[in-house]
Design a protein around this ligand. Structure first.
Ligand code: PEP
Ligand code: MG
Length: 589
């Protein structure tokens, strides 16, 4: 039994079997297989060899056509090597002798080969080292690509273990087949974790060296509530986790009863609970869980599951589906928040990777430099606004110039639609995310120019504290409990209130039990969280009084360190509402 500690990024616990998704990276870990699987591994290798040869062949033909026979000769060496049994035979032999996976045998034999070339002294041989590398990557890419397609055809549920997963990889996992995942990289609010939330499966990030030690078929306990991963657990551990899963199921049923009760405090103040969604089908789940509407629809996820820019019509269909599912509740559509860890989806091939993507051409900046694309989205949103209450929201606003520019494009889109005679809501609410320190500091100015604020604490925390939200190495520094973050939150709420606009929090912080009383105490009356978190939040709201929350917030305001804040909040919330922790406080597995 091996126990690993990571960062919990999506709640829930599963016990299952590992499926390792490798990457073509510097070092391929040594992974063994059982004797009966060796033959299948050899077959995988032969298949990868064959398709690499076919790929080289078509590249050679192409280069010969475009650049002539001389240039095409560079492929001759590669092809010669692929056909050379003195390369392939030792790889097959190693798989069968050591009972290892094909990827590992390939990496080891190629390493030995490039060492031999490098030692030959003769410069014509040592320059071949790069070619050897190139060929190795080509074969490994085939093997790893084949893993991904095998994942699509899984016949049993699996827990995916990987060094790293992009949000789009996670979003394309086959539904119902992948029941959880764990990665070596990633932080508390990275978008890959947010995808796990949307899929309703547990996930743990930042688990050092897990992918090196896990093997396909290993038994695994994935504990997304505590951020723990156990490989090959002993029977007692499995039994106690099974009891825990059962207790959680019963706890979930008790929350179901709250579905139709209003979200009001004991002294009768309404706290609106909205949902964060990534896909329109989640709007229904939000309603089923008792949401008052959708406070954040992350439309960029449309790109991540598509191989082209979604057309206006495709977007309209998706937005319309969400509006209909909400049956009159408001839908807050955020314009594309592409870039940074979410990537650029189908646009990625046209762009150079950035040095500092979180400070780069992301989000509203990307949209404002691709106006036709931006306008297509705004048209689709406006058209959907004819079907039910829709609000439009701009992400990562950092200056009034940016906000005014975005609003101007929106007005343009309105004029075009009006000319075409298309129906839309002329009084559509326009809001912005407050997630950059500049926007937070200028909240009073911005409050005069929009009809609502939604505070994106996921980004706000990373920009205020200078801590990358996706980097597991600094995850211990990433916390919304930092007094600097709390001071800004208070200011934003105050500025919004003075101007009489709606202010909400839609970062992950809003769904974490320890922060709810504090957020109410500093004046928030609206929160937006993952659909699954709504019943638990409602339970908390219905247990507390405004006065009590305000007292708690005043006390928190007197602390000068995030540790004090967090320790105090945990202690208070556990005492006042122990059940807020899903019964987790009752008995640890
Ligand atoms: C945020 O930054 O808090 C937020 C809600 O947006 P995202 O997580 O998509 O960046
Ligand atoms: Mg954000």
């Amino acid at each position: 039994m091996e126990i690993y500690k990571g960062i919990p990024v999506s709640p829930g616990v599963v016990i299952g079997r590992v499926f390792v998704l490798d990457e073509v990276r510097q070092r391929i870990p040594r992974r063994t297989v059982v004797a009966e699987q060796a033959r299948a591994e050899v077959a995988r290798f032969d298949q990868a060899l064959e398709s690499s040869a076919a790929e080289l062949d078509s590249m050679r033909v192409q280069v010969e056509l475009e650049l002539g026979a001389e240039a095409a000769k560079i492929f001759a060496f590669h092809q010669g090597m692929l056909r050379d049994p003195s390369l392939s035979a030792p790889i097959r032999a190693r798989i069968e002798r050591e009972l290892v996976k094909a990827e590992y045998a390939v990496a080891e034999e190629f390493r030995a080969l490039s060492d031999r070339f490098a030692k030959m002294g003769d410069s014509s041989f040592s320059t071949k080292v790069d070619d050897v590398w190139d060929l190795e990557r080509r074969i490994l890419r085939r093997l790893v690509g084949e893993q991904r397609s095998r994942l699509q055809g899984l016949d049993q549920p699996a827990v995916v273990v990987a060094h790293e997963l992009t949000p789009s990889e996670a979003a394309s996992f086959p539904h119902g087949k992948v029941v959880g995942f764990a990665t070596e990289t990633g932080g508390r609010t990275s978008h890959t974790g947010i995808v796990a939330h949307a899929m309703g499966i547990p996930a743990v990030a930042g688990v050092a060296r897990l992918a090196d030690h896990a093997a396909d078929g290993d038994e695994i306990v994935l504990d997304g509530d505590r951020g723990v991963v156990i490989l090959n657990p002993d029977v007692e551990r499995v039994a106690s986790y099974r009891r825990y899963i059962e207790r959680m199921r019963v706890f979930g049923l008790s929350l179901d009863e709250l579905r139709d009760s209003p979200s009001v405090t004991r002294d009768g103040v309404k706290i609106a609970l909205h949902a964060n969604i990534e896909f329109p089908r989640e709007a229904r789940v939000a309603v089923e869980n008792g949401a008052d509407g959708v406070g954040l629809y992350r439309t960029e996820f449309l790109w991540l599951t598509s191989d082209h820019e979604p057309t206006e019509e495709e977007q309209y269909e998706q937005y319309a589906e969400a509006v209909r599912a909400l049956e009159g509740r408001p839908l807050t559509i955020r314009t594309f928040d592409l870039g940074a860890d979410k990537g650029l989806g189908a646009l990625a091939t046209d762009t150079e990777p950035e040095q500092n993507p979180f400070l780069g051409l992301r989000s509203i900046r990307y949209c404002l430099s691709n106006l036709p694309m931006f306008k297509r989205q705004l048209r689709a949103i406006l058209r959907a606004s004819a079907l039910g209450p829709v609000r439009v929201m701009f992400p990562l606003i950092t200056s009034t110039t940016e906000l005014r520019h975005a609003k101007m494009v929106l007005r343009d889109a309105m004029e075009d639609l009006a000319e075409e005679g298309q129906p839309f809501d002329r009084d559509i609410s326009v809001g912005m995310m407050v997630e950059a320190p500049s926007a937070a500091l200028m909240a009073t100015t911005f409050a005069r120019e929009v009809s609502f604020f939604s505070i994106g604490t996921n980004d706000l925390v990373q920009y205020v504290l200078a801590v990358d939200r996706t980097n597991e190495q600094v995850a211990n520094l990433y916390t919304a409990a930092h007094p600097a973050v709390l001071m800004l939150l208070k200011e934003i709420v105050r500025a919004g209130r003075r101007q009489g606009i709606d202010v909400s929090v839609c970062g992950e912080m809003a769904g974490e039990a320890e922060y709810v009383m504090l957020l109410i105490g500093i004046g928030l009356r609206s929160l937006s969280v993952s659909p699954a978190a709504i019943p638990r939040l409602k339970r908390i709201v219905r247990t507390v009084e405004i006065d009590q929350c305000e007292r708690l917030a005043r006390r928190v305001g007197s602390f000068d360190s995030e540790r004090q804040v967090l320790a105090f909040l945990r202690e208070q919330v556990r005492t006042i509402i122990p059940e807020a922790f899903d019964g987790r406080a009752v008995e640890e597995p």
